[in-house]
Design a protein around this ligand. Structure first.
Ligand code: APR
Length: 249
């Protein structure tokens, strides 16, 4: 199918849907300068071991390793800006077409781009909390203490170690994951999965709740065979072209 035909097909599916949702992954933010996790030769997990650097275990048993590896990456992510793909999804919500957006990304770029109905199911980088007394802090507090070489950052109340509101390997899924799952199970007749390898459960289970699927991804996924349309192009281009067609079509 030619690219233009794929966009037209996707636009038609969106226009005739009554419960259109999107699921986004790291591939949507690579064009904002944030590397993804599994692209061969570029993905984060080729440089860092996820369990050795970004797990609850390493935060508990070796917080210095956590703050000198994973946390540095988190801090750099907060400087990124949305790309046309993020803005396109915000436009689809504004047009009343996109009912909600599940993202695995912690970069907050959907918020910056103006989307409202967002489930950040792997957490975010706007705040953190004390593991002891649970006192909450803005993310900047953790950044400032690390910049002052106070590693790991500690609570001003009880001096226990602080942590960001990101879902780490070994954490339970946050309540908003189950809220998103329920909403999709009861309402989703079309899902657009953009920039995700769809290999990390339980999020990778969510596309099964959609009656129909559109996939935008540079590499193959396990769900390609079940999708109405698979567009092997960059998210920013595809989503921007799609939003344009929906706005003018
Ligand atoms: N346009 C389209 N697809 C892209 C682009 C792009 N510009 N850049 C990368 N991709 C594709 C890659 O080919 C890859 O298949 O996006 C996908 C990203 O997959 P992953 O790197 O596995 O990222 P993601 O699916 O979000 O990972 C899920 O894994 O480690 C955990 O918590 C982490 O949230 C993350 C989860």
């Amino acid at each position: 199918m030619l690219y233009r035909d794929q966009i037209e097909r996707a636009a038609a599916l969106i226009k005739q849907s009554t419960g259109f949702y999107s699921l986004t992954g790291a591939g949507l933010s690579t064009e904002s300068g944030i590397p993804d996790f599994r692209t061969p030769g570029e993905g984060i997990w080729e440089k860092f071991d996820p369990i050795e650097t970004s797990s609850v275990e390493v935060l508990k048993n070796n917080p210095r390793v956590f703050y000198e590896s994973a946390f540095n990456r988190f801090a750099s992510i907060t400087m990124a800006e949305p790309n046309p793909g993020h803005y396109a999804l915000a436009r689809m919500e504004e047009m009343g077409l996109l009912k909600g957006l599940v993202t695995q990304n912690i970069d907050g770029l959907h918020v910056k781009a103006g989307s409202h109905k967002i489930w950040e199911v792997h957490g975010h980088l706007r705040s953190g909390y004390c593991q002891g007394c649970k006192k909450r802090y803005p993310f900047e507090e953790l950044v400032q203490q690390v910049e002052l070489k106070r590693i790991p950052p500690v609570c001003r109340n009880c001096f226990d170690v602080l942590r960001p509101d990101v879902v780490l390997f070994g954490d339970p899924m946050p309540p908003i994951f189950y809220e998103a799952e329920d909403t999709l199970r009861n309402n989703c007749d079309l899902m657009l999965a953009a920039g995700s390898s769809l290999v990390v459960y339980p999020v990778a289970y969510l596309p099964r709740l959609a009656k129909k699927l559109i996939i935008v991804n540079l590499r193959p996924t396990e769900y390609d065979h079940a999708a109405e349309v698979v567009i092997r192009e960059k998210c920013s281009k595809v989503l921007d072209d799609l939003a344009e067609m929906l706005a003018t079509g």
